[in-house]
Design a protein around this ligand. Structure first.
Ligand SMILES: [Zn+2]
Ligand SMILES: [Zn+2]
Length: 441
C-alpha cells in the first residue's frame, strides 16, 4: 500500500492508510510541556553571565490570526514545491497553545511545522503565556477564560499548569538571586561612599512584611530587606502555612493514615510555617540576617524598623540574645521614605496575586520574586526572567520594556528631588509609582 495516496481517493474508495505510526505523538503530552530539564540549562546560563544581557532575537514575532480563514486563503495562492500540486493546511497535536501546522498535498507526504519555537521538547509559547498572564495577575482560570472567549482551543489542565508554575518558579528564583546580588553590591558601594567611617560590608537595612490571610489557617507572608542607600531589595523570605495537598487531610491529621501519607509528602509540602503573621515576620528577618555572610559576604549592622512593631521588638530581643549581630537599631518615623518604598513592593506583589483570590503558595513565591525584580530593575527585569526560562525575546518585547523604563525615569527625574538621601528615595518612590501606574493602564 503506497503511502502517497490522494485524500479524495481515500474518501471515495475507502482506502485506509496506516498512519498511526507516523502521526503518533513521540512526546508524552502529559509531561512534555512541564519537562523540568528544558528549564534548567537556560536558568544556569543566565546565572553564569557576568553582565546581564538579553539577546534580541529578530526571529520572534507573534501575531493573532484566524487560522481557518487565513490558511484556507493561503492554500488558494500556493502550490506544493515538490510536485506542483494543490496543498491544504490543518492543525494537529495541540499541546496548550502550541500545535503543529500540517501541510497536506495530494501526492506528497504530510509535512509538519511547529506553531512556535521549542525549548527542548516543550512549546515556548506555553511557558511564555503562563508567565505573562501571571505578571498581569491572571491564573489558570483567567487564562482559560481568555482563550475560550478569544475562540482559541482548550487550554492546559490544572495539573500541568501547576507543574509549569513550579518550573517557572525555579528559573525566576535563580534570576532574582542574581538581581539581589547586584543590588547588594550597589548597596556596598553606596555605603562606602556615604559613610567613610564604616566598612562597606556592614550594611544598614530596613525590613517590611506583608501577608495575605485566607480563613483561619492559611497564611502567606513575604518579608523583604531593603538597603538604606539604594532603596533596593537585597533579600526576601516567603513563608506560608498553606499547602493545597495537605488541605483534604485537615480533619484527619491525627490518624495513622495521615502520618503515613505525610511521610512521603513532607519533602514537597509547600507549608513551611506555623504561627502568627507578626511572628512570621520576625522569624523571616532573623533568617535573612543569619544568611547574609553566606549569601553576600556582608553583615547587616544597622536595622531600621518601626519602634512599636512586633518585628522591631523581635529583632531587639534577638540582638540582645546574641542571635543576630545588630549594632544599632534605628526607629523610623511614620511616612519615612524607606517605609513608603517598601509599601510599593507590597502593592506590586498583591497586584499579581490579588488578596481575595485563593492561590497556592508557589504562586505567591513566584510573584514575590517577580515583583522584587521589577522593584529593583524596572520592566527590563521581566525580560531577564523570560530569558532565564529559555524564552527568546523578539524586538517588540525589547521595545516595550525600553520604552516603559525610559518613560518612568524621564518623568521621575523631571520631578526634581535633589541629591540628598531623601531626594533619591523620593525619586525612587516616584519611579515605582509609575511602574504601578503603567500596570493599571
Ligand atoms: Zn506535493
Ligand atoms: Zn503539604
Amino acid at each position: 500500500m503506497p503511502r502517497k495516496c490522494s485524500r479524495i481517493r481515500r474518501a471515495t474508495e475507502k482506502v485506509h492508510l496506516s498512519r498511526t505510526k507516523k502521526r503518533k505523538n513521540v512526546f508524552n503530552p502529559k509531561t512534555v510541556e512541564t519537562d523540568k530539564s528544558s528549564f534548567d540549562p537556560s536558568a544556569k546560563k543566565f546565572k553564569m553571565q557576568k553582565e546581564i544581557l538579553v539577546p534580541r532575537d529578530s526571529s520572534v514575532e507573534y501575531r493573532i490570526l484566524n487560522f481557518i480563514t487565513v490558511f484556507a486563503a493561503l492554500s488558494n495562492y500556493v502550490k506544493c514545491k515538490s510536485c506542483d500540486g494543490e496543498v491544504k493546511f490543518e492543525t494537529a497535536s495541540p499541546r496548550g497553545l502550541g500545535f503543529k501546522i500540517i501541510i497536506l498535498c495530494d501526492k506528497c507526504e504530510d509535512r509538519a511545522i511547529n506553531s512556535s519555537p521549542f525549548v527542548k521538547h516543550s512549546y515556548e509559547i506555553n511557558r511564555r503565556f503562563i508567565f505573562v498572564m501571571r505578571v498581569l495577575g491572571i491564573g489558570l482560570k483567567g487564562a482559560a477564560k481568555f482563550c475560550g472567549l478569544m475562540d482559541m482551543p482548550v487550554f492546559l489542565t490544572q495539573k500541568i499548569y501547576d507543574l509549569i508554575i513550579d518550573n517557572i518558579y525555579s528559573c525566576v528564583k535563580v534570576a532574582t538571586e542574581k538581581l539581589f546580588e547586584k543590588a547588594c553590591a550597589e548597596e556596598k558601594d553606596a555605603t562606602s561612599e556615604n559613610q567613610v567611617d564604616e566598612r562597606s560590608e556592614e550594611l544598614t537595612v530596613a525590613s517590611d512584611g506583608t501577608w495575605k490571610k485566607r480563613g483561619f489557617s492559611s497564611l502567606h507572608g513575604v518579608t523583604s530587606l531593603i538597603g538604606y542607600y539604594t532603596g533596593k531589595i537585597i533579600d526576601i523570605v516567603v513563608k506560608s502555612s498553606y499547602c493545597k495537598q495537605c488541605e483534604p487531610w485537615k480533619n484527619k491529621n491525627n490518624t495513622e493514615e495521615y502520618s503515613k501519607w505525610y511521610d512521603d509528602h513532607k519533602d514537597i509540602c509547600s507549608a513551611n510555617y506555623n504561627g502568627s503573621s507578626g511572628k512570621m515576620d520576625v522569624d523571616s528577618v532573623i533568617e535573612m540576617f543569619r544568611r547574609s555572610m553566606e549569601k553576600y559576604n556582608v553583615r547587616y549592622r544597622n536595622y531600621i524598623g518601626d519602634g512599636d512593631s512586633e518585628t522591631y521588638s523581635g529583632i531587639l530581643k534577638a540582638a540582645s540574645d546574641g542571635e543576630v549581630e545588630v549594632v544599632k537599631l534605628l526607629e523610623r518615623c511614620v511616612g519615612n521614605s524607606t517605609q513608603n518604598i517598601n509599601e510599593r513592593y507590597n502593592q506590586l506583589i498583591w497586584k499579581m496575586t490579588p488578596k481575595i483570590i485563593p492561590c497556592g503558595s508557589k504562586v505567591v513565591e513566584v510573584v514575590a520574586h517577580i515583583a522584587a525584580g521589577m522593584f529593583n530593575e524596572g520592566a527590563i527585569s521581566l525580560l531577564y526572567f523570560m530569558n532565564a526560562m529559555g524564552i527568546s525575546i523578539g524586538p517588540a518585547a525589547h521595545t516595550y520594556v525600553e520604552k516603559a523604563d525610559a518613560d518612568r525615569i524621564m518623568i521621575s527625574n523631571s520631578r526634581t528631588h535633589g541629591n540628598t538621601h531623601e531626594g533619591r528615595m523620593a525619586r525612587r518612590q516616584s519611579q515605582l509609582d509609575l511602574l504601578e501606574a503603567a500596570d493599571v493602564d
